[in-house]
Design a protein around this ligand. Structure first.
Ligand code: SAM
Length: 225
């Protein structure tokens, strides 16, 4: 991936403003500047290595964006794309709002709500080229949260650890029901002692059946198994 000097400076600014916001609100357990750089910013930017992120004009939705990862680093480095961040917690989105102003980011919009509700809204359903999610839910729950938002032929990217055997096996029904085909497992290693991680890239092969997502709370309480 190529990052310009201006983008590098804005990522450093993000590191600083995130640190400030994190003292006001418990956005993340990662609190040291170097750890924010590696564990949040670099970890988010790994997606830029993927083929599907090379296109311009993408419409990207980050589900459960929390403190703004991977949303904000990706928005800094892909200014030609439109980014949307969704979370159920207004205070976290207020914090992201302040960070986008500090960074002069004009390609980010924030959506307050639950995936289970917004995924049924015609304004959002089947309409994003890429949906991203990091640290939100086990894979079977995550697919039900994310898939309804993805355009048929579009993609979903899940940031996951390497210990995924059980989660992968337990996602087989969700993958079939939600037309999510596992296209790629992209392994990477972060510096220092952060270790190996992976991105799981799914292609949504057809429109989501109208029975999904189920009512608020049901995907987590009664996951597709
Ligand atoms: N993606 C961020 C990161 O990696 O740092 C934040 C992860 S945080 C552990 C999970 C976030 O997902 C929380 O902010 C929570 O409010 C949000 N979340 C969980 N379930 C959700 C749902 N069903 N709809 C909307 N947001 C949800």
């Amino acid at each position: 991936m190529t990052i310009t000097d201006d983008q590098q400076n804005r990522l450093r600014e993000l590191q600083k403003v995130f640190l400030e916001e994190n003292t006001k609100l418990n956005l993340s357990a990662i609190r040291e500047p170097d750890a924010i750089w590696i564990g949040n910013i670099s970890d988010s930017l790994v997606a830029l290595d993927l083929e599907i992120f090379q296109a311009s004009d993408l419409k990207v939705l980050d589900i459960g964006t929390g403190g703004g990862f991977p949303l904000l680093p990706l928005a800094v480095c892909k200014p030609e794309c439109k980014f949307f961040g969704l979370d159920s917690t207004q205070k976290k989105l207020d914090s992201i709002g302040r960070m986008t102003i500090a960074l002069h980011l004009n390609n980010v919009r924030l959506i307050t709500g639950r995936c289970e509700e917004k995924g049924r809204d015609a304004q959002h359903r089947d309409s994003y080229d890429i949906v991203t999610a990091r640290a939100v839910a086990p894979l079977n729950v995550l697919l039900e949260y994310c898939a309804p938002f993805v355009k048929p032929g579009g993609h979903l990217i899940a940031w996951k650890s390497m210990k995924m055997d059980t989660e992968m096996e337990e996602s087989l029904l969700a993958r079939a029901e939600l037309s999510c085909h596992l296209q790629q497992q992209y392994e990477y290693e972060l510096p220092d002692d952060w270790g190996k991680r992976q991105l799981l890239i799914f292609e949504k092969t057809s429109a989501t059946h109208k029975k999904y997502p189920r009512e608020t709370g049901i995907p987590k309480k009664n996951p597709l198994l």
